[in-house]
Design a protein around this ligand. Structure first.
Ligand code: SF4
Length: 354
């Protein structure tokens, strides 16, 4: 595995507390219809102990990004370019055996559907104990005790008995907890949670989110939380990155992005969320149009076919001819000026969000 050294004069990610650094990541797939550009120039950093919420519609590239960080893409059909540096190690050029060592040990993933991650043929306890035996070189007995301990920590009652159960003997919420126990058993430094609560009812969802927050305080892991639900992000994340058509179009601290979003797509996402205090008979306001095809993404701003604000940008046809880029700090990839963004949000969107 390559160790990345600091260039002369460049800030050292370790000094800045950066644990994961993704730079100009491009991920594309060869298909019968052509090349799908699933991730198209994505850059972000994540520090230890912080939670980054990645939001976006299906096909925005959020899950592909995280599967690529884990090295779970098929190299036969996938091209990965750019840099993914985890704790000083470059992952895009790492061998499968090196990534294998990393998965479960330094990085772990919680999937949306525990039934795809848990095998029906083995007891829950065994499935939690195995990565511990493998990565920590623990004995069978020690790993079993650790599995029981982890089941207790994620709130499974009678963990010693329940560890002997098979996944089908657990409820949906308990399976999700078991998968969290499996992901955290080796104290990973980075936890990737991909829509971990989508399939659960709201009460269990709230319990799982609380649990993840508590476990993060206890283990100090960095978390990437992928979701399409801005409400969940508001509770969980320190920072938000909004993705659209394979790249980040807005990012910043959660309260800033939710209080004063700067990108027309983020305004649309917020505006389309159902609100508890709104008239239940009132129709929802979805973003018009559909996400673009990643086989032939639109030129210029990827959002321009759905954007109602392009004629307010100075310079005729700029949104179609020039792709806006995200700056290094709090920013949005949009040609509108900062004053225009502020004024449009305050005058045209904020009243509807109250
Ligand atoms: Fe809309 Fe233009 Fe901004 Fe893209 S760059 S979001 S098309 S105003």
């Amino acid at each position: 595995m390559t160790t990345v050294t600091k260039e002369a004069g460049a800030p050292d990610p370790a000094d800045a507390g950066v644990f994961l650094s993704v730079r100009d990541l491009h991920v594309s797939f060869r298909t019968e219809d052509g090349i799908v550009r699933a991730v198209d120039g994505l850059s972000f950093d994540l520090e230890r102990g912080r939670t980054l919420g990645i939001v976006g519609e299906s096909g925005s590239g959020k899950s592909v990004t995280n599967l690529t960080i884990l090295g779970l893409h098929n190299p036969m059909f996938t091209t990965v370019e750019g840099e993914i540096v985890l704790d000083g190690q470059e992952l895009t050029t790492a061998r499968e055996s090196e990534l294998e060592k990393l998965r479960g040990n330094k990085v772990a993933m919680i999937f949306q559907d525990p039934l795809t991650a848990l095998s029906p043929y083995y007891t829950v306890g065994r499935q939690i104990a195995e990565p511990y035996m493998k990565h920590m070189r623990a004995s069978k007995r020690t790993a079993w005790e650790r599995a029981v301990e982890m089941l207790g920590r994620v709130g499974i009652p009678h963990p010693r008995q329940r560890a002997k159960d098979y996944p089908h003997q657990f409820s949906g919420g308990m399976r999700q907890r078991a998968m969290i126990a499996m992901a955290l058993v080796c104290d990973p430094d980075l936890l990737i949670a991909d829509e971990p609560t989508t399939a659960l009812d709201v009460t269990v969802q709230a319990q799982i989110l609380d649990l993840l927050g508590d476990l993060q305080s206890e283990f100090g892991s960095a978390i990437i939380f992928i979701t399409h639900d801005l409400g969940v992000i508001a509770d969980m994340a320190d920072d938000i990155m909004v993705m659209y058509a394979g790249s980040a179009i807005e990012r910043g601290a959660t309260d800033q992005v939710l209080r004063a979003p700067q990108h027309p797509y983020t305004w649309g996402l917020l505006n389309s969320m159902p609100r508890l205090d709104s008239d239940p008979r009132a129709p929802l306001s979805p973003i018009p149009g559909t996400p673009p095809s990643l086989l032939a993404p639109p030129p210029g701003c990827r959002f321009h076919p759905r954007c109602a604000f392009q004629d307010r940008v100075a310079g005729s046809g700029r949104c179609v001819g020039e792709r806006p880029l995200l700056g290094p700090d709090r920013s949005s990839a949009c040609h509108l000026t900062a004053q225009q963004k502020r004024a449009i949000f305050i005058d045209e969107f904020k009243p509807r969000l109250r």
